[in-house]
Design a protein around this ligand. Structure first.
Ligand code: BG6
Length: 476
């Protein structure tokens, strides 16, 4: 098969991402600094792979300087991480900082800038402060929105002179979906209306934070990072098409539409009303959402979601759940990442990119996460001990090639951020599946070693592109 040189357009960012709780560890945290994630881990450590959780993570808290040096060595233009709200803020009601907590983020952000790595800062990555979770039940309570806006303003005032890309949330749909809609995680509730309330409050919080940022006229951008599960119908039959439409409505458009178009889809609101699980809202808040659209969005793109119309009748005794309208479809012959259990379908990059162009006004966006978690990477070492993760290089190259094709066809995508920069702690899976360009050696005091993919990343940056085979669509 022929090889092609895939050129990165001028100004196209190549970066990587992670988050506070997946890297920092609890070092430096004071009493009362725990987050929802910490509470969850403390409640059920046995559910986490090898009982390893956020406590030590990668010890980024102590080793951030070494990691920032490695970012340079891997050729990263940018690094996205998050601020741990509970570490950073000393008083939630006033939004005043905790001086030591904030000083840590000063050092990290200034350290990145000094090494030429552009910081991108996210304000929440699944980790609502434990105190707000216990006192108010987290995002179900409207007051938490006001506290978040104060926190956001404090972050913007402190770093807005040197951080030019903020994100309000990472994957705002995830926590309530796993915990309250599906009852899979602590505290194992099931309450559809409450889950929708969490979502609504995060949509509102994004819009209010964007408005707050604009008032400060800092000249940067605020977006939100949304995990898109691009929904492909089993067939072209209307019932399967409808299944994909519904999946998209509840899992993608619920956040993407307000972020870009300023509106929660009317169809979604209608369904929630008729199913008696509508969230509480005020009319004037919908106007604020209209006025608080993001400057750009980050899309986390990992796998396609394949759906079909339900084959069994819905149990009318159950409270509403979006899966009333669909079932997962198991496509025979699909490519899989068996470690994570996610399908590999690189064309999602192209399909979503073109959708951003045609359905979302070609708004500016970037791939804020994409990556491959693999177990047992220690068996891929070469004689020097380096992990030769050719499968990851192949994965990145193929996804990036599809993305660049869409950019070439006019999609307004400004960059690609790999998940993750170093191996890090996954929710529940902890260090089982490794994602990094840089290995974290758990057997050797968390020593850092660049993998072959880290070298590939750097070469790609230096050459402004990479060689890869011609693309072909494997299946729908
Ligand atoms: C993204 C999240 O959904 O996927 C990350 O933003 C997460 O926090 C990443 O780690 C990979 O998923 P997982 O579950 O394998 O860690």
């Amino acid at each position: 098969m022929a090889d092609t040189f895939y050129a990165l357009p001028d100004g196209f960012l190549l970066g990587a991402a992670s988050s506070s709780w997946q890297t920092e560890g609890w070092a430096g945290k004071k009493e009362g600094h725990d987050t929802y994630i910490d509470i969850w881990y403390r409640a059920t450590p046995e559910l986490w792979h090898d009982c390893y959780g956020p406590k030590n993570a990668t010890d980024f808290y102590h080793r951030y300087e070494e990691d920032i040096r490695l970012m340079g060595q891997c050729g990263l233009d940018a690094y996205r991480t998050s601020i741990d709200w509970s570490r950073f803020i000393g008083d939630y009601e006033t939004g005043q900082v905790d001086p030591e907590g904030a000083a840590f983020y000063d050092r990290v952000i200034d350290g990145m800038i000094a090494r030429g790595v552009t910081p991108m800062i996210c304000l929440e990555h699944f980790d609502v402060p434990g105190e707000l979770f216990r006192t108010y039940g987290g995002w179900g309570n409207r007051h938490v929105v006001d506290l978040y806006v104060k926190y956001a303003r404090t972050v913007f005032e402190r770093y807005g002179d040197r951080v030019k890309q903020f994100f309000t949330f990472n994957e705002p749909i995830v926590v309530q979906t796993r915990t309250i809609l599906d009852g899979l995680r602590y505290p194992f509730h099931q309450d559809t209306r409450l889950a929708m309330q969490w979502s609504y409050h995060k949509i509102l919080a994004t819009a209010l934070a964007v408005r707050e940022y604009r008032k400060l006229a800092l000249g940067g951008k605020v977006g939100v990072v949304i995990n898109i599960e691009y929904a492909y119908p089993r067939s072209d039959a209307p019932h399967d098409q409808k299944a994909a439409h519904m999946y998209d409505l509840f899992y993608n458009r619920m956040f993407l539409d307000p972020a870009v178009k300023g509106e929660i889809p009317a169809e979604l609101m209608e369904i929630l009303r008729s199913e008696d699980c509508m969230f509480e809202y005020r009319e004037e808040e919908l106007e604020l959402i209209k006025d608080g659209v993001c400057d750009n969005v980050g899309l986390n793109l990992y796998f396609p979601m394949r759906v079909k119309a339900r084959e069994s009748a819905w149990n009318p005794e159950l409270p509403f759940h979006p899966c009333r309208y669909f079932e997962p479809f198991d496509l025979p012959g699909k490519r899989m990442n068996p470690h994570r259990g996610w399908e590999i379908y690189p064309k999602i990059m192209y399909d979503m990119a073109m959708r951003m162009k045609t359905e979302y006004g070609n708004v500016e966006w970037l791939v804020s996460e994409n990556g491959m978690g693999v177990e047992g990477e220690g068996s891929f070492r070469d004689a020097s001990g380096m992990i030769c993760d050719d499968y990851r290089i192949e994965y990145i190259a193929e996804h990036l090639a599809w993305l660049l094709k869409a950019v070439d066809e006019g999609s307004n995508c400004k960059g690609y951020m790999l998940w993750a920069f170093t191996d890090c702690v996954s929710p529940l899976n902890a260090f089982k599946n490794r994602y990094g360009l840089v290995e974290i050696d758990l057997e050797d005091h968390l020593a850092r070693h660049i993998k072959k993919s880290g070298l590939w990343f750097r070469t790609t940056r230096e050459n402004n592109g990479f060689v890869f085979r011609d693309l072909k669509t494997e299946y729908r």
